[in-house]
Write a protein that binds this ligand. Structure first.
Ligand code: SF4
Length: 193
């Protein structure tokens, strides 16, 4: 059975799509948020679990998972939560927004450093697709919390600091919240075996 190589993401709500046409051989290198791989690295020191990832995990050796946490390398764990103020990740890179800890410490440069390190890892491993945790100020790809009025934070449409950098460098970012697309992506990879 043939599979289309381009899928709508997030049911098309944000008009994004995933182009798989560059995937021509296996295993597929995919950068992944460490917290989605069972590592206890989020700010509270726990992992994030999503049933939506099961179809991809079942592909076994056909995926080369490249785990990384851009906040762990800069802040350790547990750590104070951070929020973007003044926009989303793209605005951080353009200088219009900054990232602050809950207590008000400016950690913008550290957040950018963590993102740069993952981008370097992606380039060294020819990564074209990443699977990053939704909603995180680093890894979100559809929405992030805006910290203008912490703790009355609100969701805004946009990517986190790391996702925005990867996207600007041609790396497509998948969300664990996008269950339908993850299933289609897994089917596509399976069609190559
Ligand atoms: S920075 Fe990314 S990888 Fe690290 S805990 Fe947060 S969401 Fe997970």
């Amino acid at each position: 059975m043939s599979h289309p190589s381009t899928f709508q993401l997030f049911s098309g709500v944000y008009g994004r799509s995933l182009d798989c046409s560059q995937i021509v051989s296996l295993p597929v290198p995919i950068a992944v948020s460490s917290c989605l791989m069972g590592e206890a690295v989020n700010y509270r020191g726990v992992a994030n679990t999503f049933e939506s990832l099961r179809p991809l995990f079942q592909l076994g050796e056909h995926i080369q998972w490249i785990k990384f946490c851009p906040e762990l390398v800069e802040f350790g764990v547990p750590r104070e939560p951070v929020n973007i103020s003044g926009g989303a990740g793209a605005e951080v890179w353009s200088g219009k927004a900054k990232v602050f800890t809950h207590s008000g410490v400016d950690v913008t440069e550290k957040m950018k450093s963590g993102a740069d390190q993952l981008l370097g890892l992606c380039k060294r491993n020819a990564v074209k697709i990443a699977l990053l945790m939704e909603g995180s100020p680093s890894c979100g790809s559809h929405w992030v919390f805006n910290g203008e009025a912490w703790p009355e934070k609100q969701r805004i449409v946009g990517s986190g600091v790391t996702s925005a950098l990867l996207e600007a460098n041609g790396i497509q970012v998948l969300s664990p919240a996008d269950e339908k697309s993850l299933g289609e992506f897994a089917d596509y990879i399976r069609s190559l075996t």
